[in-house]
Design a protein. Structure first.
Length: 316
């Protein structure tokens, strides 16, 4: 059975919390674009500016400006991705922590996002939740999707905002309480998806870019390989109609995405045939939801939900 989203999602509000600019385009971009196209308000929050990222597109290496003004470049890239996806966007304003390398690992930089005390790091996100009033929050799992310190911290602040935003006794300076209804973890690194695409390519006699990755997954978290999420997919969002939009957003991040690289190694036509979804875990819900799901709005009467929803059983 081919599942489809509602044609009109007007009234639904979705907030996606990401660590760096470009993460929103590589994780859940087609889902966000699909809801935005159908009338939902979708907001992306970037916790950091990606100032300590590496230049990952060989075609940008010779651009001097990409080296002396990487922060400015990544802000401009984010503006392009936002426009492509049709979403709203906010910066939390924290400093990129970088990805420590070496043995032993060096300490994280002073003042970076991952070293910020949790309540200080979560406060601006709580403020955004209370202003934007999302029904749904999209976030990373406890492992950050992969264990970059900013991704793990992004999980922590999203979980804190989920718990605290509806409690008027907490973060009292950050606005009136608002209680989101559902919290999802993104599964951009879903092993089942990689296997399905890999098998489809091999069956067609085509080269698979996933062979090495699947071999690593088959081992028991070998040294140096990112841990595999222990969560099981509960929710698949049908969003194949926005795969091209996702690619456009990805290509906006010219310093981070090689247009001839991994993200574009499999045609969108094949992806639409084999895996027309993006995958998520329903991590927490304040409404009844029947699993598996094919819509973030499952169980949410967002057309009737009052414009202000207080936590702790308070009425608007």
């Amino acid at each position: 059975m081919q599942h489809q989203l509602e044609s009109d999602c007007t009234g639904l509000r979705i907030l996606a919390v990401h660590a760096h600019p470009d993460d929103e385009s590589s994780k859940g971009a087609a889902s966000m674009a699909a809801y935005a196209r159908r009338g939902a308000r979708v907001m992306v929050v970037s916790c950091t500016g990606g100032e300590r990222g590496s230049i990952l597109n060989p075609g940008v290496e010779e651009n001097r400006r990409s080296h002396w003004d990487l922060a400015g470049l990544r802000h401009r890239e984010m503006a392009g991705a936002r426009e492509a996806l049709g979403v709203e966007h906010r910066w939390l304003g924290f400093m990129d922590s970088g990805l420590p390398e070496g043995d032993p690992l060096p300490p994280l930089p002073w003042g970076c996002f991952a070293k910020t005390p949790l309540e200080r790091a979560a406060a601006p996100l709580v403020r955004i939740v209370r202003e934007f009033r999302p029904h749904v929050i999209l976030a990373y799992d406890e492992n950050g999707g992969y264990p970059h310190p900013d991704h793990i911290m992004a999980h922590k602040v999203a979980a804190e905002a989920w718990e605290a935003s509806g409690d008027p006794r907490r973060y009292i300076a950050e606005g009136d309480a608002w209680e989101p209804l559902k919290l999802y973890y993104d599964r951009a690194f879903d092993v089942d998806r990689f296997k399905a695409l890999h098998e489809a390519l091999e069956a067609r006699g085509m080269h698979s870019p996933f062979a090495e990755r699947i071999a690593r997954f088959a081992e028991s978290e070998p040294e140096g390989a990112p841990p595999v999420s222990r969560h099981q997919t509960t929710t698949r969002i049908p969003c194949a109609d926005c795969f091209d939009v996702r690619d456009q957003a990805l290509k906006s991040h010219v310093s981070q995405v090689d247009p001839d690289g991994f993200f574009f190694a499999v045609s969108n036509d094949l992806q639409r045939e084999i895996w027309p979804y993006e995958d998520y875990v329903l991590a927490a819900s304040r409404v009844e939801a029947n699993l598996p799901e094919y819509d973030f709005a499952e169980g949410i009467d967002y057309r009737q939900t009052p414009e202000t929803r207080r936590g702790n059983d308070q009425t608007a």
